[in-house]
Design a protein around this ligand. Structure first.
Ligand code: HEM
Length: 576
């Protein structure tokens, strides 16, 4: 029988001590061999103990995970691999819809023996969870890191994003909100210029025009006037969209797939985007210095005429945006590991995709509900007549327009699920259910937005009036979801006074998430999109192209709205 490592260690110790006892002198080479053998054996033992401890820890945490998860209701596992075989990206919301109906508002599914998914549908519990679970899933962070390099936004861990989040939120909701009323006048001109080029070829696809609008709105906000005159803007937009198509796919590999040719092609696109971002940032800085210089000259009484074309600012711009503070917020104070421009690319990527989705949905609702479009137009004209400043539209008065933006965001949120996790700590919900650290937490936003209990019988119908309350005889008559049938007839902008409800008062309104990792762009994007549409609708009527098929009522499957194809639309200039 082979001696075990312990016996050989003891034996060698014994023989050596015996040799010294008997006064024999050992050969130095023999001593060295014994020493190395002993050291090696000791190393093997230590490794064995460490690996066993590690495995035991893993098994223990697995038992703890299973024990904690037992208290959460959910369908039994069909196999060792849990429910992963039943779930695809497309049908997860449907699976969750069925499970919530059967098991209640908190449901668990096993995605494998070690991966637990917990879905929450009750609005109050959702709010609680979104406050307590501070981290994002590592997959999201990986997708952004692979595409744009390490950055301090859109990272999984809350500790790493907190500071940048707060400073960006301060800027977006402070100075930028003030400025957003100026941007769209210029942006509309630029957008319309491109829309006319599209229309020269016939009608336009709603998706393409929304992408274009979102990109121009965000680009002008982040980079100022320089962006509107930038010759490479359309290449930038194309690259962003190409990256968006593949980002999740490449991030889903546990190990970066260096061996795949497609991955290198993807990386090339990302590098091109990085160079383009650096280019626009440099141009912004150059123009900013030029503008500052112009300002000085202006103060010194030197005429400014002709300088605008000198510095490349577009002719359509009435007001120049001189300090690109958003760039400072995103690009300054980077730590050594961060990619310069990483945050800028991340914000452009997320902002463009989500804003394009909202604009597309809004356009679809307006063309399929022309009566609402007409009312919004009257509201715009009335607000314009009452406005002191002829070149600016005060969007806060356009209640029906704002309500239509909210309703569009509610009906088709940017993604079907909100995802979170708590990487380090378990936490307990009010119901007593303990959510283990590392569990994938999801909110099926589409289901929550279509829930009759939160939105009334007409939850899956387009009804912007649900966000308006009518004040009458001193008491508020709230035209909410349950009374919407009549509300539309009663509400006529200008005839009586209305109040726009804060959509966030309803815990079931989640297109921008909520809690610790909620979208920092919500207020800005709603103001920006509403101001953009106020300018656009004042000058153009948007209609469905005569050949285009669009069903205003999306079909439902297990309470999940099915997307309708993007309609073809046309912009018709108004006479007045
Ligand atoms: C219609 C447009 C937009 C929609 C629907 C949207 C939606 C969202 C959602 C659902 C989240 C995750 C929230 C959560 O987990 O609770 C998010 C995060 C975020 N959004 Fe937006 N967003 C939009 C536009 C923007 C814009 C324009 C910006 C910035 C200029 C922005 C900046 C961010 C940031 C920085 C985060 C990450 C927060 C974090 O990880 O801590 N968003 N957004």
């Amino acid at each position: 029988m082979k001696p075990s490592p312990t016996t050989s260690l003891l034996h060698s110790l014994k023989t050596n001590s015996g040799a010294y006892d008997s006064g024999e002198v050992q050969e130095p080479s023999q001593f060295l061999t014994d020493f190395v053998t002993r050291e090696f054996n000791a190393f093997l033992w230590i490794s064995l103990i460490a690996i066993t401890a590690l495995l035991l820890r893993k098994v223990l945490s697995l038992f703890i995970l299973w024990a904690r998860a037992r208290s959460i209701p959910g369908p039994p596992c069909p196999s060792f691999y849990g429910h992963s075989k039943l779930i695809t990206r497309q049908n997860l919301t449907e699976v969750l819809s069925v499970s919530h109906k059967k098991y209640g508002s908190v449901v668990k599914l096993w995605l494998g023996p070690t991966q637990l998914l917990v879905s929450i549908k009750d609005p109050t519990l959702i709010k609680e969870m979104l406050l307590k679970a501070e981290d994002k899933l590592p997959l999201t962070g990986r997708a952004f890191r692979l595409a744009f390099g390490p950055s301090s936004l859109f990272v999984s861990s809350f500790d790493q994003v907190q500071r940048r989040r707060e400073s960006l939120a301060r800027e977006l909701n402070g100075r930028l909100i003030e400025r957003v009323t100026v941007i769209p006048t210029k942006v509309v001109d630029c957008i319309m210029e491109r829309i006319y080029t599209f229309m020269a070829k016939g009608s336009i696809d709603c998706k393409i025009v929304s992408q274009q609008m979102a990109f121009t709105l965000l680009g002008a906000t982040l980079f100022g006037d320089t962006f509107l005159a930038w010759s490479k803007a359309s290449i930038y937009e194309e690259l962003l969209m190409m990256i968006a198509k593949d980002a999740c796919f490449w991030a889903s590999y546990g190990v970066t797939p260096f061996w795949k040719r497609g991955f290198w092609r993807y990386q090339q696109l990302c590098t091109k985007l990085k160079f383009l971002t650096q280019d626009i940032v440099q141009q912004c800085r150059k123009n900013c210095r030029l503008f500052c210089h112009m300002d000085e000259n202006l103060h010194n009484g030197i005429t400014n005429m002709g300088r605008e074309s000198e510095c490349g600012a577009p002719s359509c711009c009435g007001v120049a945006m001189r300090d690109n503070f958003s760039l400072h917020e995103l690009n300054d104070d980077l730590n050594a590991r961060e990619e310069p421009c990483g945050n800028i690319m991340g914000v452009m990527f997320h902002g463009c995709l989500t804003t394009a989705g909202l604009i597309c949905n809004l356009l679809e609702r307006l063309v399929t509900h022309p009566e609402i479009q007409d009312k919004i137009y009257s509201e715009i004209i009335m607000a314009r007549n009452g406005s002191m400043k002829q070149d600016q539209q005060c969007v806060d008065k356009l209640l029906l327009l704002l309500a239509t933006v909210y309703e569009s965001a509610r009906l088709l949120p940017a993604g079907p699920l909100l995802q979170r996790c708590s990487l380090k700590h378990d936490f307990t919900l009010k119901t007593g259910a303990t959510i283990p650290a590392g569990a994938v937490l999801v909110v099926p936003v589409q289901l929550v937005h279509m829930d009759d209990a939160s939105w009334g019988q007409d939850a899956n119908e387009f009804n912007p009036y649900r966000f308006l309350s009518k004040t009458g005889n001193g008491s508020d008559l709230v035209l909410n979801a349950s009374s919407t049938g009549n509300a539309e007839k009663v509400v006529n902008p200008g005839e009586s006074s209305f109040i726009l409800n804060d959509p966030n008062d309803n815990a079931a309104f989640l297109p921008f998430g909520s809690g610790t990792r909620a979208c920092v762009g919500q207020k800005f994007v709603i103001q920006g999109v509403a101001t953009l549409f106020a300018s656009l609708l004042e000058r153009y009527e948007i209609r469905l192209h005569s050949g285009s098929q669009s069903d205003s009522k999306p079909t439902m499957k297990n309470s999940v709205p099915q997307l309708f194809p993007s309609p073809e639309i046309v912009f018709i200039r108004r006479n007045s």
